[in-house]
Design a protein around this ligand. Sequence first.
Ligand SMILES: Nc1ncnc2c1ncn2[C@@H]1O[C@H](COP(=O)(O)OP(=O)(O)OP(=O)(O)O)[C@@H](O)[C@H]1O
Length: 374
Amino acid sequence: MEKYELLKDIGYGNFGVTKLMRNKETKELVAAKYLPRGETIDDKVVREIVNHRSLRHPNIIQFMEVMLTPTHLVIVMEYAAGGELFERICSTGRFSEDEARYFFQQLICGVSYCHQLQVCHRDLKLENTLLDGSPSPKLKICDFGYSKSTLLHSQPKSAVGTPAYIAPEILAWKEYDGKMADVWSCGVTLYVMLVGAYPFEDPNDTKNFRKTIERIRAVRYKIPPHVHISSDCKHLLSQIFVANPARRITMQEIKNHIWYLKNLPRELSEAAQANYGYLRDNNVPTSSTGCLQSVIEIMQIVKEARIPPPVSQSDDEINWENDEQEEQEGEQDTSKNKEEQQHSTQKGKEHERSAHKGNDEQESSARNRKEEEH
Ligand SMILES: Nc1ncnc2c1ncn2[C@@H]1O[C@H](COP(=O)(O)OP(=O)(O)OP(=O)(O)O)[C@@H](O)[C@H]1O
């Protein structure tokens, strides 16, 4: 990791920490996800890396490389300075229809591109859609931990994802079409942007998962009377929230829907997006793809990362080449358990902070839901 200098911790996931780092030579900022070596590096991580590596699109966080430290496997990727779309909703309560459409169009382009490359994401939600730091923010899909490639993997049948976003067919515990489940999750994302609450949650009983599941199965949702949504938008939602995936609107049909097409930026038009729909050769590392490592190289690094580090080594031994930061690291990353504790406290603090940002009842419903997931 000598190539990068540490700037700060961005946040904690279930298994590790993501750090903001800077390429010493190019000065480019990157996000580096640190996963402890050993048993954490399971097939899910391999899938995340291989699928993410195969994608290159403006609405997807760019995978860059994987590296090994004495204690961690590090996934280096594009840094999204604008944070999670979720936080933006928490601070504003909900979006106007135009603003929601602006983000939804980008979400659909990113997801549609993944589907063209036969990758379904399976955990689409506002927390997995980041924003770059520009004044007209670009949406960037991240976290391919649950992704599946229909070229490389079997048809999905496990119930993965986040309850509020999960499609009814996933609850049936049978094989399902991951792409159509992604369409449903895009619909939930759109609803949350517009309403500031989850469509299938009882606003008076947000923590009751059983009720949420029942409502998903029955496709029971409504638009609260105080939220004005155009009939075109309601129509699109009604086409997405269809229990039978065979009857649900497809990604292509969404892209032809009148509500989606309104104010569609030129770069998101079908013609412009056609440039992205090609499969990358897994074994050709090329700078034009954003990733300099071939899948073979990556697999070798991952294989090594599966071997636990010698007991004597700790994160303190990572050479950050910055004494002050090294001290912070020593304090912060001495064990996975400690990391997990910090994860929960940090998330708690983050949400405490965001709780002060808005007082919309719907917003608090969305926020509570996220706390529940963690
Ligand atoms: N490329 C990135 N740019 C900016 N922030 C990022 C980037 N990737 C992740 N983050 C942020 O870093 C934090 C940790 O992310 P990470 O993906 O490890 O965890 P998570 O998505 O919360 O949980 P999980 O372990 O289930 O994936 C989150 O707050 C996330 O928004």
